[in-house]
Design a binder for this molecule. Structure first.
Ligand code: CTP
Length: 413
């Protein structure tokens, strides 16, 4: 099968020009270069994908340097392990020297040696990700499919390439479920059996790698489908015994995504994922996944705020009281609670803080108070605080009002 037409049709012009340039330079150097992995799968499916991965039989860094010399693309990075990144206009593209991989033990990072295209394809996770397209002039666009990925795509199946695949690298369990849900595919029967058998092998995977896979899942269009399925399969339980992928989580994720301006959506998903955990269980989760400091704070805040929600459930709260209750929490933790709470009053207060109160500033600052004759010191601090409170509660609106209030507060102090 030849995919030259699909390449021309789906790739944006700048990427197409870059691919042609690479192909031309490779021919000059006597190297063979191929499109591989997700882009091949997505070209066959007709899915938009501008993340191009190229494999070079030879030396990817040398090829990338040669392409950069033509002045078309910029060489962003290159590494000893034979990988390079090129950038052209708004697009970037990864080049890698074809490699052979062996796993010294389950879960370890593989040992890498240079290899052929076939070596590079057989080390991959699933047949649908183990196809290549030749970019050489003589067979440009030809599909190379030694593991019958195209047939599996047609039958909507996810299939590993050898029985040790999940135990070599158990992150493939998470990746597989991701593809299953993204494309609405099924696991081929033997793959499904081995996936279930090898769930305990997740224990061999480092926290950073598991976290990275979850981050990957949270970039999916509908991550709740993946999380729910991981729950059903017992994968979440293996990561932390208290994690659930139930209907509540699915609904909360769905609501999160529909927010008008979801800031830090992946962090919000993390906070919702641990919403029903106890303090101790959250600590176990943070340690297992080696969660970075800022996100750890947001997740701990989520739980702390959850226990304080009854304080926000009073209709008579003034804006300054709401501000006072919420100012110390990470915004994403407040957002998580706004999505999770059953109480419409608490939700209203949390939203008010997120959309308005946290941005309220007084018009006057310390410098201006000095000009009014108020000397710097703890008292000035008190005046500023009282001004802020009055502004939050709508008691002062204009600059002139603020000046008047500042002076009268100062006199009283
Ligand atoms: N791969 C693998 N095993 C892994 C991770 C990656 O075999 N644990 C291979 C797959 O062939 C995959 C390629 O490396 O296609 C690139 O990985 P990644 O960028 O994560 O996947 P893409 O297919 O490019 O992206 P996606 O599938 O999410 O669209």
């Amino acid at each position: 099968m030849n995919l030259a037409r699909q390449i021309e049709q789906y790739l944006p012009q700048p990427l197409l020009e870059l691919v042609k340039n690479i192909s031309g330079q490779a021919a000059k150097q006597g190297q063979r270069v191929y499109l591989v992995g997700g882009i091949v799968r997505d070209l066959l499916l007709g899915y938009p994908n501008f993340d191009l991965d190229l494999v070079v039989e030879g030396d990817a860094v040398k090829l990338a340097q040669q392409v950069a010399k033509t002045g078309q693309a910029k060489l962003l990075a290159h590494h000893r392990f034979g990988t390079a990144k090129l950038r052209y206009e708004n697009f970037s593209l990864d080049l890698a020297t074809a490699r052979k991989e062996t796993y010294a033990r389950p879960g370890a990072l593989p040992a890498v040696t240079p290899g052929t295209l076939n070596d590079d394809l057989i080390r991959r996770d699933f047949s649908i990700n183990a196809m290549a397209i030749s970019l050489a002039a003589k067979d440009y666009g030809n599909l190379i499919d030694p593991h019958h990925g195209k047939t599996d795509l047609e039958h909507r199946l996810i299939r590993i390439l050898h029985p040790g695949s999940f135990s070599d690298d158990a992150t493939r369990i998470l990746r597989g479920v991701c593809y299953e849900q993204r494309f609405g595919f099924e696991f081929e029967a033997e793959t499904a059996r081995l996936l279930k058998r090898d769930i305990p092998m997740l224990d061999t995977i480092s926290g950073d790698r598991i976290r990275h896979e979850l981050e990957h899942i949270f970039e999916e269009k509908r991550p709740e489908l993946v999380i729910k399925r991981l729950g059903e399969l017992g994968v979440l339980r293996r990561i932390n015994p208290a994690l659930k992928g139930d209907d509540w989580i699915a609904e909360a994720f769905d609501k999160a995504r529909r927010l008008k301006k979801p800031t830090q959506l992946p962090s919000l998903y993390f906070c919702l994922l641990v919403y029903s955990l106890s303090e101790k269980e959250i600590e176990q989760f943070l340690a297992r996944l080696n969660i970075p400091a800022k996100l750890s704070r947001a997740m701990r805040d989520t739980l702390r705020l959850k226990t304080r929600l009854p304080l926000l459930d009073k209709p008579s709260l003034k804006p300054s009281e709401i501000y006072h209750l919420l100012q110390e929490y990470e915004p994403v933790a407040i957002q998580a609670n706004a999505l999770a709470t059953e109480s419409p009053t608490a939700r209203r207060h949390l939203q008010l803080f997120l959309t308005k109160l946290r941005y309220v500033r007084t018009s006057l600052d310390g410098e201006e108070l000095k000009r009014l004759g108020i000397p710097p010191g703890p008292e000035m601090g008190k005046v500023l605080q009282a001004l802020h409170k009055a502004k939050l509660d709508g008691e002062v609106r204009t600059r002139a009002n603020e000046k008047k209030l500042a002076l009268s507060l100062w006199r009283k102090l």
